[in-house]
Design a protein around this ligand. Sequence first.
Ligand code: F6R
Length: 620
Amino acid sequence: MCGIVGYIGNQPAVVRLFNGLRELEYRGYDSAGLAVLQPDGLRCFKTVGKLDNLATKLGDYESSGPVTAIGHTRWATHGKPTEANAHPHGLTHSQVVHNGIIENYVALREAVETPFLSQTDSEVIVHLFERHLAAQAESTPNQRVESSSATDDPAIDPALAAFRATLDTLHGAYAILLISETAPGRIFFARKGSPLQLGFAEDGCHFASSDAPLVGVCSQTLYLEDGHWGVATPEGLTLFGADGSPAVLAPKPLPASSLAARKEGYRYFMEKEIYEQPRVLADILTGRLSKQAVLLDELDADWLRPIASVTLCACGTSYHAALTGSYLLERLARVPARVEIASEFRYREPVLDPNGLFVVISQSGETADTLEAIKLAKAQGLSTLALCNVDNSSIVREAERTLLLRAGIEKGVASTKAFSAQVLTLWLLALYWGQERAVLSGERHARELSALRAVLNVMQVQPRVHERLHRLSKRYLHGHGFFFIGRDLFYPLALEGALKLKEISYLHAEGYPAGEMKHGPIALADAELFTIALMARSTLYEKVKSNVEELSARDATIIAITTEYFELADDIIQIRSYGHPMLEFFEMLVVVQLLAMEIAIRLGNDVDMPRNLAKSVTVE
Ligand code: F6R
């Protein structure tokens, strides 16, 4: 989501960091900043918006001579995209950049008892560091660590000891770079759950949160592993594992081009985004699951209490998430839920429940129909909530409350990770609301919580499944159409599977409720009609089986996505068995996404930029 760069050396730092941030630009961001430490002091520059704004602020400022510098692009999660919330965060002597989420930041902020300049979770890191450093100084007066005389033993080096003590108090996920006037020529770093790497070149040491900023700068890189922390100088680094013992890493070659580096080894951004879904879901869950409950700081019981019904409204893939959400909200929160396609809703003079909640779902936050729909609901006096991936977007500005999706920028035009982020966030919302309304039995609630904890694992792409889909795809490049069929939660998933396929393969595909096929579409059934049957063991399995049998009897070609052998299937894509509908939902989601992508690639299409489509639909 956010991006990090760092540099220590004798060459101009600003141009180096700025080029690195440019390479991270494709990930999206809402603010950026850098901090530059030179013998004459520490300077920090931050702006909201595009990197060009940062360039304007920097003017012709450039470092000369020995320099230690860090930079960051931010995608807001805690606190609005403002200059104060942009990284680096710092006090007089030190500055920090951070990716990830510090889960216990509220408790840590209270413990630190100093005024904070931002609303972020990240700022607490630098406060803690300076406190520990002050405590070290009291115990060893007059000790200042110069780069030349720096010791890399945390037992002796106060700055390194303060950094270690800081890390010991943090819960959550992080990639951290920290610089301090008390330790010039050195960057303190740590990685847990968020990527961070570094490389050495003739001009010094370079840090980045992904390959792209390092391509063409260093020939090799060291990928830090979870738990790694330490300190780097232009000449080398001291690396420790989580237990404090020395660690060693083998350098790895970097990709040849920065476009390849941005795709991180995947053929398309869409493929990368499918594979990064577990990471996105981890970000969404961070700080939101305690042992016994779902926590949603953005909402509260008083706000939800008067609400009697919910209307979910969106377009395209986001509409499919809305439909999924309606099943979850009725089932887990027992709130009446209806779903609206935004472009239809606007013009049909809808009658809305004045005590209702109007939920809009949008990846971009700029979809014209969805934006107009929320304005209409607001005008009728409804409470409004946006589930959106872009903070400060038009829809977020319009909504009373927002749950940010935390999916990071989505490059592929066909939405993948934003959809899974929407569905997971809706699941959290339904469970949170169910808790507040006390409508779930203890056993049901515990079952949902444990399924939520398992979801990351489920979304991990299994190489066996991907390989099978790659092989199968060649059999399905012709025919007169695809029907994706499912029931209950698997009906919106069928819609989404069909949409993915038609968007990028240009083949005709429809999603249908399995039980509805016999009311008309079964007339199309023959060997050239490909039916993708979403046969979830957890949900109406026998019913879907009968629906598929009816199609098979008319010679339709059946591709079953299921947990077990099914004799009528022409092809089976076997998934793992979980017994929980949402886990089957997420596992099948990966299958339909990959199937669409593999078919489109075989047809020679550009899956990242399908014809006639735009990422953000800002016109009616
Ligand atoms: C499909 C897709 C679109 C969007 C739709 C709404 O892959 O991406 O159907 O879901 O245009 O866009 P947002 O979510 O930005 O409002």
